[in-house]
Design a protein around this ligand. Sequence first.
Ligand SMILES: [Ca+2]
Ligand SMILES: [Ca+2]
Length: 96
Amino acid sequence: MPFMNSCCNEDKTVAVPLTLTEAQVREMLKKHDVNNDGVLCWEEIKAVFNELGALFPWFRANRGLHYADANKDGVIDEDEKKDLVNYIYNLGYKVK
Ligand SMILES: [Ca+2]
Ligand SMILES: [Ca+2]
């Protein structure tokens, strides 16, 4: 009886949703700076994760702040934004 390894011959051409690019994450952060003060507070970061479809946006906002807020003032300024972008980018959210 010949060995049938059919499981490895399946057609793998299913369309994979695109992962957000860093530029898109950056755009999104800009858009969610709703009071336009140039920094992102916890509420604004939470709104970003909300839009990304995170299960627990408040949790992700906590983590993101903790990760990127180097001077611990509770907001993400221009210098810290690249770390937040990194954090979000590495989570690998998909474009909707
Ligand atoms: Ca703001
Ligand atoms: Ca800060």
